[in-house]
Design a protein around this ligand. Structure first.
Ligand code: 1CP
Length: 339
């Protein structure tokens, strides 16, 4: 069993810097496309045998040090009772967005085993196959709320901020329900066998620091506090969160994910008590290999004083990335960080 990733999460010494890649199972891999060609995205998410297959693909192809469950942050939101559709080429759509208390009252706090048993089954099957640790995950409540309120992806978050500013009570009621759902969902993943948990706050960076503090952070803190009895390392990734680092550290997470917009050494000076994960610009994978290797060396060097460092991209790998470049990045991290 390769436990380098788990050691780095806990801030223990490792023989080399472990690496995994956000969205490592996905469309940039022809092997994924082949499986995905036969089913819709939601069918894929709900078929444990296929989820296992695509979760394992990057482990074999790239030689990464951790696996991440194949699923999506929107799966537990559908389980709350919000119909979810994926339109090819357009991403997720919630055709019945949540805009008032009556909409919200229709949503439930689902029992994770009953409504998302396929996720727990996938985790159980994966643990029998894997020789690297398995990361379970969820969205952070704020990021989840944006999809439910906007009715899908957004760039400006008009409806979300409108609710926050004009009806904060409704917004908090909604965060309450999503938080309760997320806590139960992550606890169920831990029980099923996940060995670390990552909370994706993909849209945290659109908030003013004072709003992050009022409307988003307390719910993340609560989830992490309630997960303490699982004993699992928790990774909190607030994308575009360089201005939110100190507050993110107060989330209680063991590891903070960093996007590429901040120098990793500068970040470590500000958040010395936690391990860090990141932070190569996903588009750096397009650099000629010699340049890519230099950049990776620079990040490893800048992160040398970290309490623990897990190498990763600063956000998900782009769908048009040549897999061979991702494979080289993994090799370079392993080679350059060898103690
Ligand atoms: O057509 C397809 O095959 C669907 C593409 C795809 C894939 C492969 C989507 C649609 N989701 C996923 C898998 C996925 N999503 C994983 C597991 C794979 C892995 O990491 O190896 C994970 C962890 C996620 C998490 C996720 N989904 C996030 C948080 C991470 C991030 O990138 O910020 C978010 C925001 C989503 C929502 C989502 N899922 C898919 C789309 C197109 C979107 C919308 C993104 C947006 O609003 O811009």
């Amino acid at each position: 069993m390769n436990d380098t990733f788990l050691k780095a999460c806990r801030g223990e010494k490792t023989d080399y810097t472990p690496i995994w890649i956000m969205r490592q199972a996905g469309r940039y891999l022809p092997e994924y496309q082949k499986v995905r060609g036969k089913v819709t995205f939601l069918e894929l998410c709900k078929t444990p045998e296929l989820c296992v297959e695509v979760t394992l693909q990057p482990i074999d192809i790239l030689n990464v040090d951790a696996a991440i469950l194949f699923s999506d942050i929107l799966i537990p939101l559908e389980a709350m009772g919000a119909p979810l559709e994926f339109h090819e080429g357009h991403g997720p759509v919630f055709p019945e967005p949540i805009r008032n208390q009556a909409d919200l009252d229709k949503l439930i706090v689902p029992d994770p085993e009953e409504h998302t048993g396929f996720v727990m089954d996938t985790i159980g099957l994966l643990r029998k196959e894997l020789n690297v640790p398995l990361i379970g995950f969820s969205g952070a409540p704020f990021t989840c709320a944006t999809y439910l309120i906007e009715g899908g992806s957004s760039k400006v978050f008009w409806e979300t901020k409108k609710m926050m500013y004009t009806n904060p009570e409704l917004f908090h009621n909604m965060m309450r329900k999503i938080t309760d759902t997320t806590t139960l969902y992550l606890k169920a993943q831990a029980k099923a066998g996940a060995q670390a948990l990552q909370i994706f706050d993909s849209w945290a960076g659109v908030l003013a620091p004072c709003d992050f503090k009022t409307f988003a952070l307390p719910y993340v803190q609560e989830i992490i506090r309630d997960l303490q009895d699982t004993g699992l390392p928790i990774i909190y990734f607030a994308n575009n969160g360089a201005t939110l680092l100190e507050m993110s550290e107060s989330s209680g997470a063991n590891v903070l994910g960093l996007d590429w917009r901040i120098n990793i050494g500068d970040a470590i000076k500000r958040i010395g008590n936690v391990a860090v994960q990141g932070n190569l610009d996903p588009f750096s994978l397009l650099l000629p290999k010699v340049e890519l290797k230099k950049r990776i060396g620079r990040i490893l060097d800048d992160a040398k004083d970290a309490k623990g460092h897990i190498f990763n991209l600063g956000h998900g790998i782009h769908q048009f990335t040549p897999p061979d470049q991702a494979k080289s990045a993994v090799e370079f991290v392993h080679e350059l960080s060898q103690k």
